[in-house]
Design a protein around this ligand. Structure first.
Ligand code: ZN
Length: 162
């Protein structure tokens, strides 16, 4: 049976991701192929679904609407926070991405606006509300190791190096 992209396999792919206007937001070009573990949440779900069943050498092109990519934007996730809630030494700038700890674990938000003591922050994912297009070529497929499944990501070239 030909190897294919399936649950618990690791796929090595070349890919280019663009917005609908054609602007490239991410690509393996210049970085080398990406290795990802299938079926464990390493990639966005829509990406995995579109790649299932692909064989080595196969090329696929697909478009993911926000519901299958990073979700719709939630305007309630845009909030105003008092400047003194931030560490004093932190130099806040519009556009900056800030990582913080919450009761639910690590979170990320971006600074949208600074108006005196009020800072407007956006907890939406940077790519929320966006339709994304991908061109993907499968270079190799192999079964995942038990350790990769335990970690939830691919190891080795193109994967997580540790
Ligand atoms: Zn690992």
């Amino acid at each position: 049976m030909a190897k294919k992209v399936e649950q618990d396999s690791v796929a090595l792919v070349n890919y280019t991701g663009t917005f609908v206007d054609g602007e490239v937001f991410d690509s393996s070009e210049g970085k080398g192929p990406l290795a990802f573990l299938v079926g464990h949440g390493q990639m966005i779900q829509g990406f995995e679904q579109e790649m299932l069943g692909a064989t080595i050498g196969e090329k696929r092109e697909f478009t993911l609407t926000p519901d299958r990519a990073y979700g719709e934007r939630d305007e309630d996730a845009v909030q105003k926070i008092d400047h003194n809630q931030f560490p004093e030494e932190m130099q806040l700038e519009v556009g900056m991405i800030v990582g913080a700890q919450s009761d639910q674990g690590p979170i990320q938000f971006s600074i949208k606006e600074i108006d005196g003591d009020m800072v407007t922050v956006d907890f939406n994912h940077q790519m929320a509300g966006m339709t994304l297009k991908f061109r993907v070529e499968v270079i190799d497929i192999r079964p995942a190791s038990a350790e990769e499944i335990l970690h939830g990501h691919a190891h080795g070239p193109g994967g997580v190096q540790h």
